[in-house]
Design a protein around this ligand. Structure first.
Ligand SMILES: [Zn+2]
Ligand SMILES: [Zn+2]
Length: 199
């Protein structure tokens, strides 16, 4: 059981020690993978005609919503740390996801996509789940009095064309000036860009 410590802005394990960032990101990855597995399962059922398109859409919405709640709450430091601002951020993200899913459904109806294309495109929806972690984290940090953030590249990772310009080059910047990993970016955070905060 890990708990969030508002003063330091870090998670503590049951032994009271701080949990390493890598462990937190591993947990985030597990949530995303779990979402992706569920999406893959129902999308295979769809292309094998075991479920209808409307049932598939309904289940997609449920899975994505649950994944978003889990990650934003995790980033926020637990469900009890969720505020109106967190729900507003998540709601805005879900709204854009629902319109993307509607377009996706239209294309499936028109018969424009092969079964493989349907499954692969559906799986991409798990990526927005991880971006909510970073959004929830920054909101909580702001509320807990953290004023600056620093963002850097993982030198071993392949980055999209936008990520390098979002690095703060080793400098602390006001929160409002730092773009979150996975936002406004083609790789949607798969490159493991890092972010940290200070008061
Ligand atoms: Zn990127
Ligand atoms: Zn990146």
């Amino acid at each position: 059981m890990i708990t969030y410590d508002s003063r330091t802005g870090q998670f503590r394990g049951s032994d009271g020690r701080f949990v390493k960032r890598g462990v937190i990101l591993q947990r985030l990855n597990e949530i995303q993978n779990n979402t992706q597995t569920q999406i893959e399962k129902i999308s295979k059922q769809l292309v094998n005609r075991q479920i209808s398109l409307s049932i598939w859409q309904e289940r997609m919405i449920g899975i994505i919503k649950e994944g978003n709640i889990q990650t934003i709450a995790f980033g926020a430091g637990g469900r009890r740390k969720l505020t109106k601002a967190h729900y507003g951020k998540m709601g805005a993200n879900l709204k854009s996801e629902w319109s993307r899913i509607n377009n996706f459904v239209d294309e499936i109806k028109k018969g424009n996509l092969t079964p493989e294309q349907i499954i692969n495109r559906a799986k991409l929806y798990s990526q927005s789940v991880a971006t909510q972690f970073y959004g929830g984290e920054m909101l909580t940090k702001g509320l807990d009095g953290f004023k600056y953030a620093k963002r850097w590249l993982d030198s071993g990772a392949r980055h999209c064309s936008q990520c390098p310009s979002y690095s703060t080059n080793g400098l602390w910047r006001p929160l409002s000036e730092v773009i979150l990993p996975g936002h406004r970016c083609d790789c949607r955070g798969r490159c493991r860009c890092g972010i940290s905060y200070k008061k």
